[in-house]
Write a protein that binds this ligand. Structure first.
Ligand SMILES: NC(=O)c1ccc[n+]([C@@H]2O[C@H](COP(=O)([O-])OP(=O)(O)OC[C@H]3O[C@@H](n4cnc5c(N)ncnc54)[C@H](O)[C@@H]3O)[C@@H](O)[C@H]2O)c1
Length: 252
């Protein structure tokens, strides 16, 4: 039984994590952390990690970058693995995460779905075969409340594709500002915002007289919660280090 603490327990993702844990028999939520929330289920919700009374096997965090310092202090002091799913970390915060991973297991990814991480691997394979000859464009679609563009996941996919190319591409976000033909060494990035779209990512490899398209659609935020709980169970028995979905996929 993996004992889990949910940080950001009262938020949208925290509640999905609780639902997913309840549907499994190999883990249980023993507490929540939420700076601005109250208990809503059978487990207590505290304001910060320092107030936890029972040591968990893993903490899953879907909260805010401001929670990071307290989480890292708790994890390092108590030797507790961390699944970090919060987005929007600064470079300084990312380096703190990397440093902490030298002492405790840390699972970190911009996108917790197995599907997106599988998509990244398929796109790398396609880039190895088609790169150089096919134009690569990434299109992402999200709901009208999203603040950042392109999405962190689109950048993650572009980085994966780029890592598989012999000649590295630059990312072009704004064709409107330059009236010039597309060059071979670029990946076009396009963001669409509207309605309640949970998240769509498509990678196009456009060649002469053919287009290959790799696409993932998230229809509910639940898929992120499923991935995060899988990551927590995976991380529980690991040595210190920085892990991501590729490591989890490699074990499936
Ligand atoms: N990696 C992924 O796959 C993935 C998927 C979905 C969401 N996210 C990220 O997860 C985070 C949460 O998303 P959400 O939709 O649940 O947001 P939300 O605003 O609904 O919930 C965030 C919760 O965190 C709490 N919180 C804020 N600051 C805190 C702090 N310092 N300490 C403890 N709790 C704090 C808030 O009170 C709130 O209940 C965001 O950063 C989002 O981008 C990541």
């Amino acid at each position: 039984m993996t004992k889990i603490v949910i940080c950001g327990a009262c938020g949208k993702m925290g509640r999905f994590i609780n639902d997913v844990i309840k549907g499994r028999d190999d883990c249980e939520a023993i507490a929540g952390i939420d700076k601005f929330g109250e208990a809503y289920d059978s487990f207590p919700v505290v304001k910060s990690a320092a107030e936890l009374t029972e040591k968990p096997d893993v903490i899953i965090d879907f909260s805010h970058p401001s929670a990071l310092d307290e989480l890292l202090t708790y994890a390092l002091t108590n030797g507790v693995p961390l699944v970090l799913a919060t987005t929007g970390y600064s470079e300084e915060e990312l380096s703190k995460i990397n440093k902490a991973a030298e002492q405790v297991p840390v699972f970190f990814t911009f996108n917790m779905t197995l599907g997106i991480n599988l998509l990244a691997e398929l796109a790398m394979k396609a880039a190895k075969v088609l790169g150089g000859q096919y134009d690569i464009e990434i299109i992402e679609k999200h709901h009208n409340q999203k603040l950042d563009a392109p999405s962190g996941t689109a950048i993650m996919l572009a980085d994966a594709v780029n890592s598989a190319l012999d000649t590295k591409c630059e990312y072009v976000y704004d064709r409107h500002s330059v009236r010039a033909k597309r060059t071979k060494n670029e990946i076009g990035m396009h963001s669409i915002r509207g309605g309640t779209i949970v998240g769509e990512h498509e990678i196009l490899f456009a060649g002469r007289d053919e287009v290959i398209s790799l696409k993932h659609e998230a229809h509910s935020k639940q898929v992120f919660a499923v991935g995060a709980v899988n990551a927590a169970v995976f991380l529980r028995s690991k040595q210190a280090g920085l892990y991501n979905m590729s490591d989890l996929l490699a074990e499936i």
